[in-house]
Design a protein around this ligand. Structure first.
Ligand code: HEC
Ligand code: HEC
Ligand code: HEC
Ligand code: HEC
Length: 337
């Protein structure tokens, strides 16, 4: 090799090393053993990011609860379809809380025509009404996932009208047609799965449709397309997103000597199993049907609704808001009438 060439090669190695260094996290790290010795079921934490996360996941103080007395909102107001059984006091407390959770900068006027509070003229109010029903449904019917911790509007919104983590169907970059094109939804580095070139939209098949996530073959010979390397890549993209969304390693849910075996998995994997079904339910029954209500600017390139995934609630933490429950302060968000 000529000297110049060797220098160039050396430079390339240095550049690669620099990239690796930039992506790696600086020691010291903390680790917690969660499984049996020798199974490698450890969680590795960077204490510096944990303290940042703790600061970013503080919950706003709940307004003091009011005695459930006096006239009902349904009798006093003109256009109350969900919260009719609440006392006017509780109703007003919830309106003020929703404003803090979803639109603190914009105020009541984000959802209301302030000259006619009963009007449904703004799409945001129509969406908010459906969100009220969605939150009740999550807290009452998805206890196998959210337990008594539950959710409020704040779990996803965090003081923003549009939650930080939403997703749309992603058809990918335009492709020329023909036999030459077999992109299989991949080979484009994607932030969805930690900048790998795995499939860039694992959400549509698994979190909107109910495609099978399992790819470990239960038979000696290959049978069926899902037990293939190609399908494994889709599952891995989704799993990497789970890890990223919860800020955990694969071993938070799996014993990696057998990803498939439930007996060797942690209880968290079962919670996650319900989470997958819950997210599908929310996207199909709540977000997708709001499609005609959202203005075009809020829709994806395929004209689809914004949707929920694990990160929408979890925001990088193993339990949203580190498991501090707010729903207990708002029993009206836990009932379904
Ligand atoms: C995030 C959206 C949102 C915000 C912000 C909001 N509201 Fe509401 N408001 C609603 C929805 C949805 C309803 C209808 C509830 C139902 O159908 O049960 C409603 C209904 C009402 C009604 C009943 C009107 C009628 O006659 O039917 C009043 C009064 C009201 N809100 C007051 C307020 C006040 C005061 C604020 C600010 C402190 C506020 N709201 C902020 C979404 C919102
Ligand atoms: C599971 C997560 C989740 C929860 C909980 C949740 N939302 Fe949402 N919300 C979303 C998503 C996703 C969207 C779509 C974002 C968009 O509008 O682009 C949305 C949109 C909205 C919008 C429309 C905002 C806009 O500018 O387009 C309003 C208003 C709203 N939510 C109110 C509420 C209220 C009120 C609650 C509590 C009763 C609530 N949300 C609870 C996920 C959630
Ligand atoms: C938050 C929990 C959780 C995390 C973290 C997680 N998984 Fe999973 N994984 C699951 C669940 C739940 C299923 C089963 C899904 C189903 O049956 O619908 C699964 C299924 C799988 C499967 C298919 C097993 C089979 O039976 O075919 C593989 C492979 C897998 N995960 C790999 C991984 C890898 C690799 C990681 C880390 C990048 C990871 N998982 C992180 C919960 C998790
Ligand atoms: C609607 C909000 C919401 C969504 C969406 C959501 N989760 Fe959760 N998740 C929660 C809440 C709340 C808890 C805390 C329950 C508790 O306190 O035990 C939780 C707990 C968990 C746990 C248990 C953590 C532990 O240490 O015990 C796992 C694992 C988990 N979620 C995985 C997922 C996965 C994977 C997805 C996406 C497929 C998902 N979640 C989507 C709200 C959500």
């Amino acid at each position: 090799m000529s000297f110049a060439l060797r220098m160039a090669a050396g430079g390339a190695v240095l550049a690669v090393a620099a990239v690796i260094l930039v992506q790696a996290e600086r020691p010291p790290m903390d680790s917690i053993q969660r499984g049996y010795r020798g199974t490698g079921m450890d969680e590795i934490y960077n204490p510096r990011s944990v303290s940042k996360e703790l600061a970013a996941n503080k919950i706003p103080a709940s307004l003091p609860a009011l005695p459930d007395a006096g006239p009902k909102a349904g009798a006093v107001y003109k256009n109350v379809k969900v919260l009719g059984d609440e006392s006017v006091g509780n109703f007003t407390r919830l309106m003020a809380s929703m404003t803090t959770w979803v639109a603190p900068a914009q105020g009541c006027a984000y959802c209301h025509d302030v000259n006619n509070m009963a009007s449904d003229g703004l799409y945001t109010k129509v969406v908010a009404r459906r969100m009220l029903q969605m939150v009740r449904h999550i807290n009452a019917d998805w206890k196998p996932h959210v337990a008594a911790t539950g959710v409020t509007c704040y779990t996803c919104h965090r003081g923003q009208p549009v939650p930080a983590n939403i997703w749309f169907n992603n058809p990918g970059p335009l492709q020329a047609g023909g036999m030459a094109q077999m992109p299989a939804g991949k080979n484009h580095p994607t932030a969805v799965a930690r900048d790998t070139s795995l499939p860039f939209d694992p959400f549509t098949p698994f979190l909107e449709h109910d495609s099978d996530i399992r790819i470990a073959s239960q038979t000696a010979l290959p049978s069926g397309d899902r037990k293939s390397i190609k399908q494994t890549e889709w599952t891995y993209a989704l799993m990497m997103n789970f890890s990223q969304s919860l800020g955990v390693n694969c071993t938070y849910c799996h014993n990696t000597r057998s990803f498939t075996d439930w007996d060797q998995s942690t209880p968290q994997r079962a919670t996650a199993w319900y989470g997958i079904r819950m997210v599908r339910d929310l996207n199909n029954d709540y977000l997708d049907p709001l499609h005609a209500t959202f203005p075009v600017a809020r829709l994806g390139v395929d004209g689809d609704s914004p949707k929920v995934n694990c990160a929408t609630c979890h925001n990088g933490v193993y339990k949203p808001l580190f498991g501090v429950g707010m729903a207990k302060d708002f029993p009206e968000l836990t009932v379904t009438h």
